[in-house]
Design a protein around this ligand. Structure first.
Ligand SMILES: Nc1ncnc2c1ncn2[C@@H]1O[C@H](COP(=O)(O)OP(=O)(O)OP(=O)(O)O)[C@@H](O)[C@H]1O
Length: 369
């Protein structure tokens, strides 16, 4: 049993309240990504769960048992932290093997365990190097291998790919979820990389200002971000944010762009006449031949590997980015029309930055109320 529960946990350093009323529930065998800006308190929260720091109040439960008074070494947690914490005089092999050695595993069990995890993390060719002969990315993967090798039931991984180069990071993003689910571990995984968060998390908890401001599936966080800030943190190119004042009549609720109506959810009628921000994901916009699309002027196109990004301007010179899979046709210059799927339009309150949910469901709004 390895469900992780955090109940109303609070931690301050002198007057600095870093974590306030944190509640989390990570079911056995699932991965929760803890996401948030630098300094949000992600590492402090992991250290409280591990027992390296004592919380001021609140509880940590593992498998239903309150471990708040249990010493760190008796909590049965595997950890990989940003500062590696490798033994400098030991080879990468011996560093990775150390949890198995401590458990008096046989020589064969140790060799097999270390080699399997080292192969997976692509450090099998540097196993005889000491930490000072490893790159930062290799050190980080050595620390990750050490956390994984003993197959702990609870894993706390603090940005374990931060120093890994882009290509390997991409591969790891594909391979790590399988490895973690094979191990059946319950994982809290810290990252500031939204792609990693979306690839690895069964759920994502966004920590900011000492609070969990949203906790949802990757799909929910991406499509229904609780705040403008969360919307901006997820997505590349970043979401288009346009100041609008919705209008409402007998036919529906709309925002205006280049004198064309963008249909909004009818549940947003009470926001007619109010200052709002319309969020449009670049990939939710597409060019159309239909003349009732939004007229725009094409300003520039930037090809990336897998997608092309086009900058267009509306009649009132508002800039909008569109992205589409590379190779799909699109007008190259001049004027064009774009279309927007209403189900992809997100509306925020301009004053509070909170997403306005047509059905009144927004965790951040509930907390702010
Ligand atoms: N031992 C400590 N004493 C005083 N303040 C601390 C201590 N440890 C952390 N803090 C403060 O707590 C806040 C949160 O730090 P933390 O390292 O948890 O952030 P983080 O979200 O992990 O950031 P990053 O993504 O940059 O690692 C910071 O303001 C930090 O200065």
């Amino acid at each position: 049993m390895s469900r992780i529960e955090i109940k109303n946990l609070t931690k301050s350093f002198k007057e600095d309240v870093v974590l306030s009323g944190i509640d989390l529930d990570v079911p056995q065998g699932s991965t929760l990504v803890l996401f948030g800006p630098s300094g949000a308190g992600k590492t402090v929260l992991l250290r409280c769960i591990a027992g390296a720091i004592e919380q001021d109040s609140g509880d940590v439960l593992l498998g239903g048992a309150n471990v708040s008074d249990v010493l760190p070494e008796h909590r049965g947690i595997g950890m990989a932290f940003q500062n590696f914490a490798l033994f400098p005089h030991m080879s990468a092999h011996d560093n990775i093997a150390s949890p198995l050695t401590a458990r008096k595993k046989t020589v064969d069990q140790i060799r097999e365990g270390v080699e399997a995890v080292a192969r997976l993390l692509k450090i099998d060719h540097v196993l005889d190097h000491t930490p000072k002969a490893l790159s930062n990315g290799q050190k980080q993967r050595t620390a990750l291998a050490r956390a994984l090798v003993s197959e702990p039931k609870v894993l706390l991984l603090d940005d374990p790919l931060r120093n890994v180069d882009a290509k390997l990071r991409f591969e790891m993003r594909l391979e790590l979820p399988r490895l973690l689910s094979d191990q059946g571990a319950t994982v809290i995984y810290v990252t500031q990389d939204y792609r990693e968060a979306m690839a690895l998390g069964d759920r994502i908890a966004v920590l900011d200002g000492g609070h969990i401001i949203q906790n949802g599936t990757p799909e929910e966080i991406y499509r229904k971000p609780a705040t403008i800030n969360i919307a901006k943190l997820f997505g590349d190119p970043t979401i288009n944010l346009l100041d609008v004042v919705p209008i409402s009549d007998a036919t529906g609720v709309y925002a205006m762009l280049s004198d064309q109506r963008i249909q909004l959810d009818p549940g947003l009628a009470s926001y007619a006449g109010k200052h709002c921000v319309l969020g449009l994901r670049p990939e939710a916009l597409s060019f159309t031949d239909a003349s009732d699309g939004v007229p725009v002027t094409i300003e520039a196109e930037t090809p990336f590997n897998e997608k092309s990004v086009t900058l267009v301007t509306t009649l009132r010179k508002r800039e909008i980015l569109l992205s589409r899979p590379s190779g799909t046709p699109a007008p190259a210059s001049g004027t064009a029309h774009i279309t927007i799927d209403p189900s992809d339009a997100v509306l925020f309150d301009r004053e509070t930055g909170l997403r306005i949910d047509p059905n009144g469901n927004n965790q951040a709004a509930e907390r702010a109320a």
